[in-house]
Design a protein around this ligand. Structure first.
Ligand SMILES: *[C@@H]1O[C@H](CO)[C@@H](O)[C@H](O)[C@H]1NC(C)=O
Ligand SMILES: *[C@@H]1O[C@H](CO)[C@@H](O)[C@H](O)[C@H]1NC(C)=O
Ligand SMILES: *[C@@H]1O[C@H](CO)[C@@H](O)[C@H](O)[C@H]1NC(C)=O
Ligand SMILES: *[C@@H]1O[C@H](CO)[C@@H](O)[C@H](O)[C@H]1NC(C)=O
Ligand SMILES: *[C@@H]1O[C@H](CO)[C@@H](O)[C@H](O)[C@H]1NC(C)=O
Ligand SMILES: *[C@@H]1O[C@H](CO)[C@@H](O)[C@H](O)[C@H]1NC(C)=O
Ligand SMILES: *[C@@H]1O[C@H](CO)[C@@H](O)[C@H](O)[C@H]1NC(C)=O
Length: 482
């Protein structure tokens, strides 16, 4: 502002001279530079980057039909987390994120003949998903059983099977905040028996190795990349989403649940595979859902099943792709990145070789190494006025100590997707705050150029993401949580 006024003053002084024309020209150029900065940088107070410890209850987006409140499992909005059952340890959190990514990568490389992308309209046979991965860190509360009981589940677009811990916890249940689901108290619970065609179909769809228990019950087994697992009975039950009822919903009634789970009751599978909620409730919701992940750990977002009443017309849609090695995942055609309004020169083959998925459970976006390096170089250049610091996490290599700065101008980052869609990431998805003195570029490079790229949840924050499976497209809308 000051420089703008002084350049105007200079112009007035020069106005009687023959260089008036040149002067006005220079003023114009400066104003354009300021405008440029305004549009391509986010200026934020450094103090606002530190998450609040109280829940902002007024932060939930517009109330819609079948809309569940989404909160972060480590945030203060998880009401029942009063006794500090869940404490966020960034080191552990990011290591778990890497386990999830490793397991996604190994899944894709298993039967790799190059990551061939296909339009989703093409018919895909339900293939073995070979178990699911990771657990996700955004949670919603659904009703299970009759009468319904509240169960807080992590929702995960990278998994198909929904499961919840179940009494009598024949082998082991971990600590959770809601009372553990007790099927003997529900009038709508049924076991799926074995051997039956349904049981064979289910076990093959989920990649479960076993099928029948000694008392002829259908068994599921899901192992996660971090060596967590859940084993139990395939069952059907009434699922209630706000006031919507999904009867005979197939889920896993977990009798042995071990590993890194803690606090929440289980998982809500929103993948594309046969047993996912999206497929099971296809008649009701037309394979359409949307969510907005809250922009801070202390605010709330939403997950809406079906179109609801108000679908925004301002979403930008890009084709949804199907990846032959990972048919449960939602594929995107990432084709470019810009930093501070400048498109990085990355050959499109870098993206097409790797392929890209969007995943609600992966935290940090993973890019092909060449793309990440270009992003890092440009970001560092535009942040050169801030002191860099070493990183306490091996995942990050571009961190700043902003503790001495009151405000920070962060270059904006946009992703380009197929269909000519550009998505400006929310300012909260650019830096990951490890501590007061450590703000890191919240992206990471894959170690192998052929590993799939993942659009993670840190970068989805504050965007409404719309999944229209039947329409074969995915939409993004900035300012989505409000
Ligand atoms: C709470 O959320 C609302 C809506 O997103 C926002 O306008 C407000 O500034 C937030 N309050 C605090 C204290 O962060
Ligand atoms: C966080 O987790 C790491 C890795 O498990 C552990 O070494 C460290 O002691 C933990 N930090 C705290 C403060 O608990
Ligand atoms: C269940 O959850 C809903 C929505 O979060 C809440 O309104 C209701 O009070 C809860 N019921 C019980 C018994 O906790
Ligand atoms: C389901 O199977 C379990 C284990 O065999 C049994 O204890 C329970 O009574 C069965 N529930 C119903 C409703 O059949
Ligand atoms: C979106 O809907 C609003 C309200 O219905 C309308 O005013 C606006 O013109 C629409 N925008 C587009 C791009 O269709
Ligand atoms: C941020 O603070 C550091 C340390 O005081 C200082 O060297 C640097 O110039 C500041 N950057 C900006 C852009 O103000
Ligand atoms: C991805 O987008 C690029 C550029 O828009 C296009 O050339 C390419 O054919 C698309 N790939 C797929 C698999 O749709």
């Amino acid at each position: 502002m000051a420089s703008r006024i002084s350049s105007l003053l200079m112009c007035i002084l020069y106005i009687y001279s023959f260089s008036a024309f040149l002067c006005l020209h220079a003023h114009e150029a400066r104003e354009t530079a300021e405008n440029y900065h305004l549009h391509h940088y986010h200026t934020v107070q450094v103090s606002s980057l530190i998450p609040s410890t109280t829940c902002n209850t007024s932060s939930k987006g517009p109330k819609r039909e079948a809309s569940l409140t989404v909160i972060h499992k480590y945030g203060p909005c998880f009401q029942s987390n009063k006794d500090q059952l869940l404490v966020l340890n960034h080191t552990e959190f990011l290591l778990q994120d890497q386990s999830r990514v490793n397991s996604i990568h190994s899944k894709f490389s298993k039967n790799s003949d190059g990551n061939k992308l296909r339009e989703s309209q093409a018919t895909t046979l339900p293939a073995k998903s070979g178990g699911t991965i990771g657990t996700g860190n955004y949670i919603v509360t659904v009703g299970l059983g009759t009468p319904k009981t509240n169960q807080t589940l992590a929702f995960d677009t990278g998994s198909d099977l929904t499961w919840a811990q179940c009494k009598p916890c024949a082998k082991q249940c971990y600590q959770q905040v809601d009372p553990i689901f007790d099927p003997s108290k529900s009038t709508s619970y049924t076991n799926i028996s074995c051997p039956t065609p349904l049981c064979s179909q289910l076990t093959s769809a989920t990649g479960s190795p076993r099928q029948c228990s000694s008392n002829s019950k259908c068994i599921y087994v899901v192992r996660y990349g971090d060596r967590s697992f859940t084993i139990g009975y395939f069952s059907t039950e009434r699922l209630t989403i706000t006031s919507d009822v999904v009867d005979n919903f197939i889920f896993g009634c977990g009798q042995d649940n071990e590993g890194l789970f803690k606090g929440f009751a289980g998982l809500l599978g929103l993948g594309r595979g046969q047993v996912s909620l999206v497929q099971q409730a296809a008649q009701k919701y037309k394979k359409f859902f949307s969510y907005c992940l809250p922009s801070t750990i202390s605010s709330m977002g939403y997950l809406t099943l079906g179109k609801g009443r108000e679908v925004s017309n301002s979403s930008k849609f890009t084709p949804l792709l199907t990846l032959s090695q990972g048919p449960s995942f939602y594929g995107l055609n990432l084709s470019g990145i810009s930093v501070g309004g400048q498109r990085l020169s990355i050959p499109t083959s870098v993206f097409s070789t790797a392929g890209t998925i969007i995943d609600s459970g992966t935290v940090i976006t993973r890019l092909p190494p060449t793309a990440y390096n270009a992003l890092r170089t440009s970001f560092r250049e535009k942040m050169r006025n801030y002191p860099m610091t070493s990183s306490s996490s091996s995942l990050f290599d571009t961190c700043y100590d902003l503790s001495k700065n009151q405000s920070v101008s962060i270059p904006s980052i946009s992703f380009f997707f197929g269909g000519g869609v550009s998505v400006d990431l929310n300012k909260v998805g650019i830096l990951y705050i490890l501590s007061q003195t450590e703000a890191c570029l919240a992206f990471a490079g894959n170690s192998n150029p052929s590993n799939i790229a993942i659009f993670g949840n840190e970068q989805q924050k504050g965007l409404e993401v719309v999944y229209d499976v039947v329409g074969g497209k995915i939409g993004f809308r900035p300012g989505g949580c409000s």
